[in-house]
Design a protein around this ligand. Sequence first.
Ligand SMILES: [Zn+2]
Length: 289
Amino acid sequence: MKRTYWQLTTLLVGALLTSQASAFGGLNLDLNKLISAGKNLNEASKDISEPEEISIGEGMASVLLGTAPLVKSDTLQTYVNQVGRYLSLQTERPDLPWHFGVLDSDSVNAFATPGGHIFITSGLLRKMHSEAELAGVLSHEIAHVLRKHHLVAMKKAGGMGFLTDVASIAVDQKGGGGYAGKELSKNLISGMKEILVRGLDKDDEYEADRMGVVIATRAGYDSYGLPAVLQMLDGLSNTSDVSLLFSTHPAPESRMDTLSGVMQSKFDHYQGQSVNDRFRRLMTNSAKK
Ligand SMILES: [Zn+2]
């Protein structure tokens, strides 16, 4: 693990960003209303503890960092961390050790690992036009973490062997071994790589899109940031820079269609919303009290 990455993220605890979503202009979007109740999440991952989830994610993050280094710009990394951490505070798992990093890669993609490590490539960042678009993509990845999509997929693929390997991480942790990621078994690492290359279930991607829109909106961003990125992706031809993203996700067009079916006109009020409006909304609200 790159030392600068950890040093950076410890600087970014965002002490000022403790407001709850409810403080923002009466925005009362219940995540659960937009999430299908079809999956029994607790059942699927109940035998994996949160510390184990975090250790698995650290191991997976180091695999990702082995494929591309972080962009060497503290300013950029700090900025993306601030946006990401603020978004994570709008969720039901604000206390996970969230880390956000920009990978130095022309490939257009973003990744999440269990426990709260999120990466976006510089190739994707360069194609964006606003912080709302960045927030939309980070929120999509945050949703994968909240719903434990990768964890459940790895468990499904690895079966009992996966759980045995996870149990060995727990033993290592009790031994006080510090960074548990280095103890990950070959099985676990190959399982992670497979999920990264093969992708998640399409339903998981649609769910992350729905939740992503809600999280970004809660944080005060234009709800249409993520749809705008999907539209941009839809306009790209299938070059090597986007081939992995295209092969691991449903087509951008069908993601847009699915999202607009869910969003309908419910989010129109938040179109054009900007984080710059937060101060004004908060002051207006407190004046009413
Ligand atoms: Zn995704």
